[in-house]
Design a protein around this ligand. Structure first.
Ligand code: SF4
Length: 409
């Protein structure tokens, strides 16, 4: 019998952490105010780190804190102070990639497990054994590995192996890229990537600066470095059988809709695989359909299979989604004639209209909203972002459910 993999979800802020926990994550990874690779994610303040860890632990969820920059000399003093502070908070692991940070963790937070970040690009089992000697307890396998290489890593490394199963990919070797530094002065290795790999490019002859040539055949331009998004769901049974310890979802900068949807799908996948040892095609199809609803680039298995299915998406750079996130349910009160549902609106919508609710247990409700009210009980025909609205419904709806609109074709 295979071990049940841990589902590790991104949490860019406290709200996303709550969502990840409600939708079934076993563990979340978060960044504090210093030295992590998502400077643009909201990130947790020192106080929020404490609150977040308490909330997650009260809900039986582990918290891993990323300290995964490649530090410069000027960062070392700050890193030492920060790791001493993390030692007081006692998260369930620190995620690091720089040997300097790993040394500091060993010295100043000796009881906190250290997980090797994908930034360290561990591509073979000898590499993993090196880190084992330096007290690393878990390796995030480089996204560039195939299933065969991952299996060998699991068998020979003597460590827990974690793999990305879903999310954005880099054109470069997982973040080891200077494109953003050159183009914008924002360093990918300090968590500040502007993603210029996804921009539109032209070819210019040096004496004709105002006459760009389009490098691609069609009118949409050229997006030669625009990686597709990783999605291992169609091949996930083989990852389960390989005995990978943890499945990681990328995306600390993604929306609560993304976190809810993707965590919900992989939660169901893990539970079903653990119960039955296999998945049926209909379920995979239903879950793939669900993953199409969040904003993403076309999906790929990345380097997981021996044959490559086209890692780049060169048609255009805009993400796609088959649903539009409208808001999150923040309350549900019982009235004589049904239930009064309160929604925190994130994107505007009109009533009357037909919408869909995704609940934290993975179930759906189709919902027809005929009338809605604002906080002062004024009737509304349009809900606007950041507004709190209410409507009546015939069934109870769980708090933290996602309200969304399914888009045509
Ligand atoms: S520019 Fe693109 S390839 Fe380079 S680090 Fe940023 S996302 Fe990755």
């Amino acid at each position: 019998m295979n071990k049940k993999p841990e589902l590790l979800a991104p949490a860019g802020n406290l709200e996303k952490m709550q969502i990840a926990v409600q939708y079934g994550a076993d563990a979340v990874y978060i960044g504090g105010p210093y030295l992590n690779l998502r400077n643009n994610a909201d990130n947790f303040t020192l106080h929020e780190l404490y609150d977040g860890i308490k909330f997650a632990h009260d809900n039986n969820t582990k918290v891993f804190i990323t300290v995964n920059v490649f530090a410069r000399n000027r960062h070392i003093n700050q890193a030492e102070k920060y790791i001493k502070y993390l030692n007081e908070l006692q998260p369930d692991a620190i995620i690091a990639s720089d040997p300097a940070i790993i040394l500091l963790c060993n010295e100043f937070a000796p009881d906190i497990p250290i997980h090797l970040s994908t930034q360290a690009n561990c591509t073979n089992w000898m590499h993993a054994r090196f880190w084992k000697k330096n007290n690393i307890s878990r390796i995030n396998a480089a996204r560039e590995l195939s299933l065969g290489e991952i299996k060998e890593l699991v068998q020979k490394s003597g460590l827990d192996i974690e793999c990305f199963v879903h999310g954005a990919m880099c054109t470069a070797y997982s973040g080891r890229c200077f494109l953003s530094s050159f183009a914008t002065g924002r360093s990918a290795n300090l968590g500040n990537c502007a993603q210029p790999c996804r921009w539109k490019y032209f070819l210019i002859e040096e004496t004709r600066p105002g006459e760009p040539f389009t490098v691609i055949e069609d009118n949409d331009g050229s997006h030669i470095f625009n990686s597709k998004d990783l999605c291992l769901l169609p091949h996930i049974e083989s990852l389960f059988k390989a005995g990978v310890h943890a499945w990681k979802i990328e995306g600390r900068m993604k929306s609560v809709h993304y976190v809810a949807t993707v965590v919900s799908v992989y939660r169901q996948v893990i539970d079903e695989l653990f119960k039955k040892g296999t998945l049926v095609k209909e379920d995979i199809h239903r879950w793939m359909n669900e993953l199409q609803k969040v904003s993403h680039r076309p999906y790929t298995a990345g380097f997981y299979l021996d044959e490559k299915d086209g890692l780049q998406f060169t048609d255009y750079s805009k993400p796609i989604a088959s649903a539009r996130f409208l808001g999150m349910i923040k309350g549900c009160d019982n009235f004589a004639d049904g239930w009064r549902i309160e929604v925190d609106v994130k994107n505007g919508f009109n009533v009357p209209g037909d919408y869909e609710l995704l609940q934290p247990d993975g179930s759906f409700q189709n919902i027809s909203i005929k009338e809605m009210w604002d906080a002062k009980s004024n009737l509304l025909c349009r809900a606007n972002p950041n507004q709190c609205i209410a409507f009546n419904h015939t069934a109870r709806v769980s708090r933290f459910s996602i309200l969304r609109e399914i888009l045509d074709g």
